[in-house]
Design a protein. Structure first.
Length: 574
């Protein structure tokens, strides 16, 4: 399609040019100029044979194509690719290899100490038991595993950022309800709607309920997925396949802000889509619509806006992005995975909030995690579309398989019907009034934390929090120095950010319990005071690692550290 359009444009320009050339004196002038050019070229190549001219032409085309591809044929700049090439060559030097491996070995030992020796069951199972355990023994063993790291105590103390979203005074009763629901549907599978019609209906009702709170019209549709990453991946697949079918785009790209969730990187990595990342506005931490507009081309299939974005907690200008997307005839995906069941109820909870959902003309898809502020068990999210054709592009269909006609709406084939039922139960149990009340408590706590941070000398909010996430930094001292006191000494589980250095807390129901906000702010003030008094002191230990990781220009070394960590998570204590 794109080739046809370009060909038509060239033909149109040629026709217009020919029209001008056939007009009187202008025609004679053009013919004279062409004649002079022909004579000059013939004189230039007079001493060459035909095969030499042909060879020069072919070589010239190859060189020209190489130059164009070198500068314009990649999503990454020439400087970035050159830098990576230099680091790649440097790491092949034996001395550099030994130095890197030495440091990785130290890092590996630290990970093993933390994950295997500090928080692990001493009698790990490394082979299938010859004889199965009876329930009494098995229950005891399960309880031992459940207590590793004491997550229940940390939840009760309200010291975990995000992660565990339930946590009010009624959490035990709520957990019992979800557990009973899960048990009722433990052996169901939505892949077989004819066998489990009740699960099929509950899944359809979950989609309708979530579309409703995001103000989807009669054509709004979607699917239940295993989490935000799958929701985002499926949305990217839908845009890729939809715009391939309607526009013939074979080399697609999406445009995001650098603050967009890495699930978009993963989706593009899996699906062969180029991702173009635009730096955030340094003052507001929001995406910059004008900059994103400049990176749209004929292969762009979608823009991405976050509501809110994960690092700093602010909402991208969705209405501006939607207007741009509509003007170019491309999609706009709004990532509400984190905001999920908070942002749709902000106005009803009494807070000002920008428009972001399907009421905004140009928003074509939304992802929202029911397993966050929807209080469903982990492994639950919903991806929504504004029209059915886009949703159809998400499906995978194989009509010629010998095993029968096969099709699935999401990535998985067999799925847990118990998760669908538990998600349905969570939504029906809370209802709109329940989610509005939860939103009121969470946002009130988040804004109290934000106001408290403003009063602590040396600290500065990264931005005013639009939702449940509050982020801060320091212009006086290394903010990473706070991690030792807050995380290691006082036991707060926080999220450490980079580019620029900062920290955030995602407020949940657990933080709304009496005294939690005050305790957090008191600990913040205690930790910040000595750092403010001695701003020149350098970070040590784990805090130093955070700063060092940002300063390493060869990001493949950081990738190796991540690989080492992920490898360690699969180890069993000897």
């Amino acid at each position: 399609m794109e080739t046809l359009v370009r060909g038509a444009a060239v033909a149109l320009v040629a026709a217009i040019g020919y029209g001008f050339c056939t007009q009187g004196d202008f025609k004679d002038q053009c013919q004279a100029a062409l004649g002079d050019a022909r004579t000059t070229i013939n004189d230039l190549f007079a001493g060459f044979e035909a095969w030499q001219i042909m060879g020069l032409t072919v070589c010239g085309c190859i060189v020209l194509d190489f130059i164009i591809n070198l500068f314009f044929g990649h999503e990454e700049s020439l400087f970035t690719r050159t830098k990576k090439g230099v680091f790649r060559c440097a790491r092949k030097i034996p001395l550099v290899q030994r130095m890197v491996e030495k440091e990785l070995s130290k890092t590996r030992a630290d990970f093993e100490k933390s994950l295997l020796h500090k928080h692990a069951h001493p009698n790990g199972i490394t082979a299938m038991p010859k004889e199965g355990r009876k329930w009494d023994d098995l229950e005891k063993l399960l309880q031992e595993y459940a207590k590793i790291g004491d997550p229940d105590k940390r939840r009760e103390e309200g010291k975990v950022s995000g992660t565990i979203y339930v946590g009010d005074d009624d959490v035990d009763t709520y957990t019992d309800m979800i557990s009973k629901t899960y048990a009722m549907f433990a052996w169901t599978n939505p892949l077989h709607p004819g066998v489990f019609p009740g699960v099929r209906q509950m899944e359809a009702e979950v989609v309708r309920m979530v579309c409703d709170i995001f103000n989807g019209g009669p054509t709004a549709c979607g699917s239940v997925t295993s989490g935000g990453t799958e929701s985002i991946l499926l949305a990217c697949k839908s845009y890729r396949d939809y715009y391939h079918s309607v526009r013939g785009i074979t080399n697609p790209n999406i445009v995001t802000c650098t603050t967009a969730h890495p699930a978009f990187d993963k989706a593009c990595q899996y699906l062969g889509i180029h991702i173009r990342k635009i730096p955030m506005d340094p003052k507001t931490c929001r995406a910059r619509p004008s900059a994103m507009r400049r990176h749209i081309d004929s292969n762009t299939i979608a823009l991405v806006g976050s509501c809110p974005q994960y690092p700093h907690g602010c909402v991208d200008p969705i209405e501006e992005l939607a207007a741009i997307a509509k003007s170019y005839g491309i999609g706009l995906h709004v990532d509400c995975c984190l905001g999920s069941f908070v942002v749709p109820f902000m106005r009803k909870a009494g807070f000002d909030f920008p428009s972001f959902d399907f009421t905004v003309d140009g928003v074509t898809s939304i992802s929202a995690d029911t397993h966050k502020f929807g209080y469903a068990p982990k492994g639950s999210s919903v991806v929504m579309y504004s029209f059915h054709e886009l949703h159809h592009a998400q499906y995978s269909m194989f009509p010629d398989w010998p095993g029968g006609v096969y099709g699935t709406p999401t990535i998985a084939g067999s799925r847990s019907g118990a998760l669908v039922a538990a998600t349905w139960a969570a939504l029906v149990h809370h209802g709109e009034d329940g989610y509005v009340k939860c939103t009121q408590k969470i946002i009130k706590a988040a804004r109290e934390i934000a106001e408290g941070i403003k009063k602590i000398p040396g600290l500065r909010l990264m931005c005013e929090p639009d939702g449940p996430v509050v982020s801060w930094t320091s212009d006086v001292f290394d903010v990473y120095r706070m991690t030792h006191g807050l995380i290691e000494e006082h036991g707060w589980d926080l999220n450490v950010l980079q580019f620029p250095p900062s920290i955030h807390i995602c407020v949940t129901l657990a933080h709304t319990r009496e005294g939690i906000v005050e305790s957090f702010l008191n600990d913040m003030a205690k930790v910040a005071a000595p750092l403010f008094a001695n701003p020149g002191v350098k970070a040590e230990g784990g805090a130093a690692v955070y700063g060092m990781a940002q300063s390493i220009p060869d990001r493949t070394i950081i990738e190796d550290v991540v690989k080492t960590y992920l490898d360690t998570t699969y180890l069993v204590p000897a």
